[in-house]
Design a protein around this ligand. Sequence first.
Ligand SMILES: C[S@@+](CC[C@H](N)C(=O)[O-])C[C@H]1O[C@@H](n2cnc3c(N)ncnc32)[C@H](O)[C@@H]1O
Length: 233
Amino acid sequence: MPVTKQFNLKDCEVAAYTAPNFDRLAGAYRWMEWLSFGPLLQRCRCAFLGELRTVRRALVLGDGDGRFTEALLRVNFEVRVDAVDASSAMLRALVERAGADGGRVRAIVADIRSWRPENGDVYDLVVSHFFLDCLTAEEVEALAGSVRLSLVRRGLTEGAQWVVSDFAVPEGWAGRLAGRLLVGFLYRAFGVLTGLRIRRLPDHAAALKSAGFVMERRREMLFGLLFSEVWRG
Ligand SMILES: C[S@@+](CC[C@H](N)C(=O)[O-])C[C@H]1O[C@@H](n2cnc3c(N)ncnc32)[C@H](O)[C@@H]1O
């Protein structure tokens, strides 16, 4: 399935200058993850997977090579997925990984900071795993606001949920120390490998709350260094 390009030249130039470039990591990304965290990140991504069997239209933000999308398509035979990512190589890997289910995926190459759902796109699930940490707090706030606005406009607020997984700095001195070391190391590594300029975790909870989302559930792993949450919009 061809990767859908959904940006105009102006957006493309913005994306080229400012979005980190994960293209060259696409082939190795899965193995890098396995060597550093084993199965833990995938467990985190799939923490609430069993509850997503009735979802019909999912917007997956920055899913990279598509480990979550693949898992979602396997447990839910009806869901259609719009996957938005700035990396065309990552999206190609995502569509390949989806295999026979690739027909239910629309891959959209875009910088999320300038992308907005098309009129008529109606989602009952938004997903962002290990992605909001690529944005500033202000960018997460703007994203949450525009996602929420499109849900409200379409009258879907009751049913829409946003599943978020990411790294965190836990409470307590030992957790804070471990969290800061780990997050600092990851940001430096991705800064070198992709040009990512962000250096601190955004306060995604404040951003989602201020956009009108309410957290329903949260699971933590690795002593609170990883979390997965379900928010309702
Ligand atoms: C750290 S990876 C996480 C990938 C995947 N969600 C996971 O769970 O492993 C971040 C992904 O977000 C994408 N990304 C980063 N900044 C972006 C932006 N501004 N717009 C769209 N995608 C972006 C990258 O191309 C990459 O695929």
